[in-house]
Design a protein around this ligand. Structure first.
Ligand code: MF3
Ligand code: CO
Length: 291
């Protein structure tokens, strides 16, 4: 049990403000909701303003990586060309691509084409073709702080079906985002994402989700998009996590490539799409940190 903080002591969040003007009311409010039986965030899930500012700086680099990819991506390019773009932008800011060497991941970015759900490994032997859809998932470490977001790109002439999948998944992420506000529940976001995707005939991958992020690459909470309104963890100001549903045109089942141990594919070979935002819960709603 932590020692009780005096009202005039520095707040536990590291803001250097007095507890009574910082998180005292907040702690009381959380306690009420905990007593109603809801899971509530622990203190290590709450970022202070200085940390948030550092994470925003990291995200600027992450956003630039994806902006440059967006500008250059085209048919005929290899996925290792995308990896090189990410390396170059990171180098410019003395940033580190977070995936590189992460649990043995060999490249700087994930590139997942068509039926690849996530964690595709860039290769100089894999080329983008007209009609492909690809997710580029970028994560950056700047001065020790983490940012993480991903976007879909459509290469050349993409079928109407594939285009619709990509657009619906993007819409679902922004519908989920609208539900991100303090004193709501993570399941409010999860259900908004899930409903929009399933209403359009798609399925949401259950076993892989989002995560807290900022101080580390993957923090609590784990973020599902198969949850119900009013359930899952309470959202409070200072929490930061990703909204990154993986959505399949066919069934929700997936498998991991046995050869590389990383790349996840749809079991039925159907197309899969994913968009990822990094969001902060603020006092009055949310802020997009990386996109
Ligand atoms: N943004 C992805 C995630 O949060 C990046 C994974 S990096 C990898 O899971 F190294 F694990 F592939
Ligand atoms: Co992520």
């Amino acid at each position: 049990m932590a020692k009780r903080i005096g009202r005039n002591d520095p707040c536990w969040c590291g803001s250097r403000k007095k507890y009574k003007v910082c998180h005292e009311d907040f702690d009381r409010r959380i306690e009420v909701i905990r007593n109603q039986g809801h899971p509530v965030p622990t203190r290590n899930m709450i970022k202070n303003p200085e940390q948030i500012q550092k994470i925003r700086e990291s995200a600027k680099v992450n956003i630039e990586c994806l902006d440059v990819v967006a500008d250059k991506i085209c048919s005929g390019m290899s996925t290792s060309d995308i990896d090189r773009i990410v390396d170059e932008v990171c180098e410019k800011y003395h940033a580190i691509p977070a995936p590189l060497n992460y649990e043995g991941f060999p490249k700087s970015v994930c590139t997942s084409i068509n039926d690849a759900v996530c964690h595709g490994i860039p290769s100089s032997k894999e080329f983008l073709h007209d009609g492909d859809i690809i997710n580029v998932d970028c994560s950056t470490i700047l001065d020790g702080y983490f940012s993480d977001s991903s976007r879909m790109f459509m290469i050349g002439n993409v079928s109407d079906e594939a285009k619709k999948l990509v657009e619906v998944v993007k819409e679902s992420v922004y519908l989920g985002l609208e539900e991100v506000k303090p004193w709501g529940f993570l399941g409010d976001m999860g259900q908004a994402v899930h409903d929009h995707c399933t209403k359009n005939g798609y399925s949401v991958v259950r076993e892989i989700g989002g995560h807290g992020v900022g101080i580390e690459f993957h923090e609590e909470p784990w973020v599902s998009y198969c949850t119900k309104r009013g359930t899952d963890i309470l959202m409070v100001p200072g929490m930061m996590f990703t909204i990154e549903p993986m959505v399949n045109m066919g069934g929700p089942e997936v498998f991991v490539d046995e050869e590389n141990g990383w790349t996840v594919y749809t079991e039925d070979g159907s197309l899969s799409a994913q968009w990822e935002l990094q969001v902060l819960v603020t006092e009055d709603g949310h802020e997009i940190i990386s996109y």
